[in-house]
Design a protein around this ligand. Structure first.
Ligand code: HEM
Length: 224
């Protein structure tokens, strides 16, 4: 078997697993309420930033623009202002004890999950999780020399992701390992291969008859 460069960049599963774990209304808004008990919670003191409701928080009004960067808790102004070294001005909540790390982490996690107002139900969450084993596609395509192949797994499984050429010869094994349920991105670096059409195929162990669906093959074009 030829040496193959492969990387698993992201376990997309984790996006799915995290969706809806933290609920804004019952877990985040009360934190603001308990720090801002003066009636007008924050309104006006920070460029109009208002912590009284989800809509006001997300308006983006503040001296420094939006305080929530959806998907990036650690770099959101909101989270940074709660830590011991805010990027500007004072630590929040001003003149009160710092929030416990666990609370700051919860706010950060909520933003990482997408900063949604409502968490989704278990039923909705199940729908969001892949129901099949399949190759979703690859991007870019045509590519040179790297392309990212996206696979979805209905549940944890030992998978093989194999690339073959137009003559049916296997030229690369990009992955031969157990992977968690969810979607995963796997990069093929085809620097050592000539231009042409290639096929990626997904093989999984332990799949039942109903799991075997279309979408096991994709065609990829390497253009050098
Ligand atoms: C959990 C509660 C709080 C959170 C999450 C919070 C969050 C923030 C954020 C994100 C900013 C920066 C906004 C901007 O760029 O303009 C800010 C600024 C500010 N906050 Fe708060 N805040 C909280 C509580 C408080 C309280 C209780 C006070 C006053 C008693 C206060 C007073 C201020 C003031 C005066 C500024 C602008 C000046 C500065 O940056 O130091 N905040 N806050």
């Amino acid at each position: 078997m030829r040496d193959t460069l492969f990387y698993v960049i992201v376990s997309g599963c984790f996006a799915a697993v995290l969706i809806g774990q933290v609920d804004y209304t019952t877990q985040i808004q009360p934190v603001f309420n308990s720090s801002c008990n003066s009636g007008s919670c924050h309104g006006g003191s920070a460029g109009g930033l208002d912590l009284t409701s989800y809509d006001n928080l997300m308006k983006g009004d503040s001296n420094n623009g939006p305080v929530v960067t959806s998907g990036d808790g650690a770099n959101s102004v909101l989270v940074q202002k709660l830590g011991s070294m805010p990027p500007f001005g004072d630590r929040m909540p001003k003149n009160l004890d710092p929030l416990p790390d666990a609370t700051i982490n919860l706010i950060s996690q909520w933003i990482d999950e997408g900063a949604n107002e409502e968490s989704i139900s278990v039923e909705e969450w199940m729908v969001a999780v892949p129901a099949k084993f399949r190759i979703v596609g690859n991007y870019p395509n045509p590519f040179n020399p790297k392309t990212t192949i996206v696979v979805e797994l209905a549940r944890k499984a030992h998978i093989e992701l194999v690339v073959s050429d137009i003559l049916g010869r296997d030229v690369a094994v990009l992955m031969r390992a157990p992977l968690d349920r969810g979607s995963h991105r796997i990069v093929w670096d085809a620097a050592d291969h000539p231009s042409g059409a290639y096929f990626a195929r997904l093989i999984t162990n332990g799949e039942s008859e109903k799991d075997v669906t279309d979408g096991r093959f994709i065609t990829m074009t390497l253009l050098k």
